[in-house]
Design a protein around this ligand. Structure first.
Ligand code: DAH
Length: 345
């Protein structure tokens, strides 16, 4: 019996060492210490021993039981300690690692140009006006004193839209922001100081300087005693704020049906300052917009007396302006939205 107890202890020690998990340890415990366990069987057989043998063997058997129980519970504790350590290791966060930088968005160069223009003119107390993209032929042409045989009316230049308005006139996608002038004058609230940025449409093929959809910004001022000097003053503020303090401007006589007199405004090249370079194509000057004094007929058609009121107007292409500012050589880059291109701005 003595030997058997020693044997059980050895086997128990072996089993504990070999056990890979709590389940195996539990099985070992049942096999040795359970109701039908081997050690339990020995303890039960104690009664058969003689009175001399019993105390010593009883003590040995108890020791064996304590040894096994202690071993198993120590092994369980060790397993759970290891499991905790493993989980902590797996969940460790290295707070010293550099963070992942999030890519930040930014404005498209067209948006930047448009916002800057709005800021400049709102600063001169202009208001922002809007008009429909699908315009009546009347507002797009007639109200702007554009004669019915004007080439701009040709199907080759203008996208016409099906349908007739209340007066039997046709519709077109607006070819300029200028019809908003007529709509604003019609509201009968004077004086007027407005800008109108928006999309316009022309039947042009796409190339480096053309697109069937592009943007313009119109300006209109109508009040008593408005002169060409006021026009030049307002546009000089725009040129200096938008292109730089040293910008100079010149006004070349031109023709538009809705203004008289009319002019085109050139600004001194903001890159070379006027000496001539690749941006201004050696000219020293860059054309930026059309402008003029609102034609008396245009005022009259809107019920404004040209003997009392006068006004000036201007219109510029925003892609062109954004391209000049960003030294962008191809208009398509503004529409293609290639992120590698846009990230430069
Ligand atoms: N409507 C002209 C265009 O599309 C631009 C323009 C020129 C607008 C002179 C004006 C102006 O208001 O006065 O080319």
């Amino acid at each position: 019996m003595r030997e058997e107890l020693e044997q059980i202890k050895r086997e128990a020690a072996e089993g504990i060492r070999a056990a890979g998990g709590v389940k195996e340890l539990e099985e070992l415990r049942v096999a040795l210490l359970g109701k039908k366990g081997r050690l339990t069987g020995i303890l039960k057989g104690m009664g058969r021993l003689s009175a001399e043998e019993r105390p010593a063997l009883g003590q040995l058997a108890n020791e064996a039981r304590d040894f096994i129980e202690g071993g198993i519970s120590a092994a369980k504790a060790e397993l759970s300690r290891k499991a905790t350590l493993a989980r902590l290791a797996a969940e460790t966060i290295d707070v010293t690692l550099p963070g992942k930088a999030r890519a930040r968005g930014h404005y498209h160069p067209m948006t930047t140009a448009m916002e800057e223009l709005k800021r400049i003119f709102l600063g001169m107390r202009y208001e922002i006006a809007e008009g429909p993209d699908i315009e009546t032929e009347y507002y797009n042409f007639d109200a702007l004193n554009i004669p019915s045989d004007h080439p701009a009316r040709d199907e080759q230049d203008t996208f016409y839209v099906e349908g007739k308005d209340a007066d039997g006139g046709g519709f077109a996608l607006r070819t300029a922001t200028s019809p908003v002038q007529a709509r604003t004058m019609e509201r009968g609230r004077l004086p007027i100081r407005m800008i109108c940025p928006g999309q316009v449409f022309r039947a042009d093929e796409v190339d480096a300087t053309h697109s069937p959809v592009f943007h313009q910004m119109e300006g209109l001022v109508v009040d008593k005693g408005v002169t060409f000097g006021d026009l030049k003053g307002a546009l000089m503020v725009f040129a200096r704020e938008f292109l730089g303090e040293d910008t100079r401007a010149r006004f070349r006589p031109h023709y538009f049906p809705f203004t008289e007199p009319s002019a085109e405004m050139d600004v001194s090249c903001f890159k070379c300052g006027g000496a001539g370079c690749n941006v201004c194509k050696g000219e020293g000057w860059i054309e930026v917009l059309g402008c003029g004094m609102v034609h008396p007929r245009v005022l009259e058609m809107r019920g404004i007396d040209p003997a009392v009121y006068s006004g000036f107007a201007f219109g510029m292409g925003l892609e062109r302006i954004a391209m000049l500012r960003g030294a962008i050589s191809d208009m398509r880059l503004l529409f293609e939205n290639d992120v590698n291109f846009l990230n430069q701005f």
